[in-house]
Design a protein around this ligand. Structure first.
Ligand code: SF4
Length: 426
C-alpha cells in the first residue's frame, strides 16, 4: 500500500476528522487525525470536490478486523489506531469516489457485499466521498413508515394468495427490505420481476449465490421457482393499474440471469402487450445470450440494462467468470438490441481507483464508440475491496469520478448518466 497526499487537499475549507469505533460499535471522531480515503491500493486525502454531506438513509458501520487510519497534519504522516475503522453504506443514487481506508489484521473476516464509503466528521456534520448521480426519488423511503409498507405487503398477500411471485416479492420487501419489492407493494415506480433460478456467470460478488467454499455471505436468497407467464402477467397488470408511468424490470438481485428464462419472458411480455399493457419493460442482464435479444424486442420489451465491471475483457472475465459465453457475446447483444431500437443502459459496476483509470476509460470509450449505447448507470460494486483488488489491479493513473464523467460527456454528447432505469416512452 502506498501513501499519497496532494498538497492542494490541505487548502480546502472542510477537513473531516477520522471516525473510529470500539468493539461494541460506539463511534467517535478523532480530535486531531484527519480522514483518509483509499483509491485502489493508494491512501489519499479526500479531494475537495468529492466531499458531500452524508446523504439521508445512509448507514454507518464499523469494519471488523480492520484498524482505523488517520492523517496527522503536523507530521504529514498516517497513523494507525488500535480501534476499528468506520465506513458508510451510502443511500442509492450516490456513487463512491473512494473507499474507506484501514489496515487489515491477519485474521480479519471477509466483508459482506456492500460498498464501503469513507466517512469523516467536521463541525457537527458527517461527510463522505461520493457523488449524487441521479435525482430520481425512487428509493427514498424516509417519509413512508415501515408500518405502511408492511400493511401494503399484507394486503397484496391477502388479495393474491395463489401468486407465488407475489409471495416471493413480499418476502423480499419484509425480510430483506428490498427497495424494488417495497415499491411494488406501494404501487409506485419500478416493479421487480425475478424469474430465473440459475446463471451462466459466477461473479465473485454475486449477492444471491456463493459456492460452499466461499467465505462471502450471500445477502439475498435466490428465487427457488420459475414463475409462469400468467403469474408474471398478473404482477405487471397490478403494477400498471396503480402507477401512471410503470417500469417493469426482469433481472433482480434475488435471482440468476433472466436471459436463461428468455422464452418464458417473451410469452409473458407478449401476453401483457397484446392486452394493451403500457410502460417500460426492462431487462437487467449480463447480456450473454445474444439470440434471445431479437425475440424479446419483438415481444415488446423497451430497454436492456447490461451489467459490467469493465469493458476490458480480461477484467470482465476475472470478475464475471462466464460459463459458456464470452465478453464478445455481451457486445453482440448490445449491437442487436440497438439494431432492434431498444434503449441501452450499462450498469457500470464502479470501483474507485480501477474504473476511473485512464486504461479502463479507454476500453469503455471503445465500447461506447462501437455500440452507441444510450445511458450509463453508475452503481457501486458491492464487494470487500481487498477481494476485488486481489483479482484486478492496474498501474494506470486514476482521474477521479467527476473527471471520468466529464471525459465521457465530452466524447459522447448524447450519453446520459444516472443510477436507475429511466422510463422510456414507446
Ligand atoms: S450475472 Fe448476476 S446472477 Fe449471475 S453470477 Fe453475476 S451477479 Fe450473480
Amino acid at each position: 500500500m502506498s501513501f499519497f497526499y496532494p498538497a492542494q487537499c490541505m487548502k480546502k475549507k472542510i477537513h473531516p476528522h477520522l471516525l473510529f469505533s470500539d468493539e461494541k460499535g460506539n463511534i467517535y471522531d478523532h480530535p486531531h487525525l484527519l480522514m483518509v480515503c483509499r483509491k485502489g491500493n493508494e491512501f489519499v486525502l479526500p479531494r475537495p470536490d468529492e466531499l458531500i454531506e452524508l446523504p439521508d438513509e445512509s448507514e454507518l458501520f464499523f469494519l471488523p478486523g480492520r484498524r482505523a487510519v488517520g492523517y496527522n497534519p503536523d507530521t504529514g504522516k498516517t497513523e494507525v489506531l488500535d480501534e476499528l475503522a468506520v465506513s458508510a453504506f451510502i443511500a442509492p443514487a450516490y456513487t463512491l469516489c473512494s473507499h474507506a481506508a484501514y489496515v487489515k489484521e491477519k485474521d480479519a473476516p471477509v466483508l459482506p457485499l456492500f460498498a464501503y464509503a469513507p466517512v469523516g466528521y467536521f463541525k457537527g456534520k458527517l461527510y463522505v466521498c461520493a457523488k449524487k448521480v441521479d435525482e430520481d426519488k425512487r428509493q427514498v423511503f424516509k417519509n413512508i413508515s415501515p408500518k405502511k409498507i408492511s400493511s401494503a405487503v399484507h394486503d397484496m398477500l391477502k388479495k393474491y394468495p395463489q401468486n407465488r411471485l407475489i409471495f416471493h416479492l413480499s418476502k423480499c420487501a419484509l425480510t430483506y427490505g428490498c427497495p424494488a419489492a417495497k415499491n411494488f407493494a406501494l404501487g409506485r415506480f419500478e416493479a421487480p420481476i425475478p424469474t430465473s433460478t440459475s446463471c451462466n456467470a459466477r461473479c465473485i460478488g454475486c449477492i444471491s449465490y456463493q459456492p460452499k467454499e466461499s467465505k462471502i455471505p450471500v445477502t439475498q436468497d435466490r428465487i427457488k421457482f420459475t414463475p409462469t407467464p400468467e403469474e408474471i402477467l398478473e404482477v405487471m397488470e397490478i403494477h400498471a393499474s396503480r402507477e401512471k408511468r410503470p417500469i417493469f424490470s426482469f433481472g433482480q438481485g434475488c435471482e440468476g440471469e433472466p436471459l436463461t428464462q428468455w422464452k418464458k419472458i417473451v410469452k409473458a411480455v407478449k401476453l401483457y402487450r397484446s392486452k394493451g399493457g403500457i410502460g417500460t419493460i426492462n431487462i437487467n442482464t449480463n447480456g450473454s445470450i445474444t439470440e434471445a435479444i431479437e425475440p424479446l424486442a419483438r415481444a415488446g420489451i423497451s430497454s436492456l440494462r447490461i451489467s459490467l465491471n469493465s469493458a476490458n475483457s480480461k477484467f470482465y472475465e476475472k470478475y464475471y467468470r462466464p460459463n459458456g459465453y464470452q465478453f464478445q457475446n455481451v457486445v453482440d447483444s448490445i449491437m442487436v438490441a440497438k439494431k432492434m431500437g431498444l434503449f441501452i443502459s450499462l450498469n457500470l459496476l464502479f470501483f474507485p481507483g480501477i474504473t476511473d483509470t485512464e486504461s479502463e476509460l479507454e476500453f469503455l470509450m471503445g465500447l461506447i464508440e462501437k455500440t452507441k449505447l444510450d445511458f450509463i448507470q453508475l452503481r457501486n460494486l458491492n464487494i470487500d475491496p481487498d477481494i476485488y483488488l486481489s483479482l484486478i489491479t492496474t498501474n494506470s493513473p486514476c482521474m477521479g469520478l467527476s473527471n471520468f464523467i466529464k471525459r465521457l460527456k465530452k466524447n459522447f454528447p448524447w450519453l446520459k448518466f444516472g443510477y436507475f432505469n429511466p422510463f422510456i416512452e414507446r
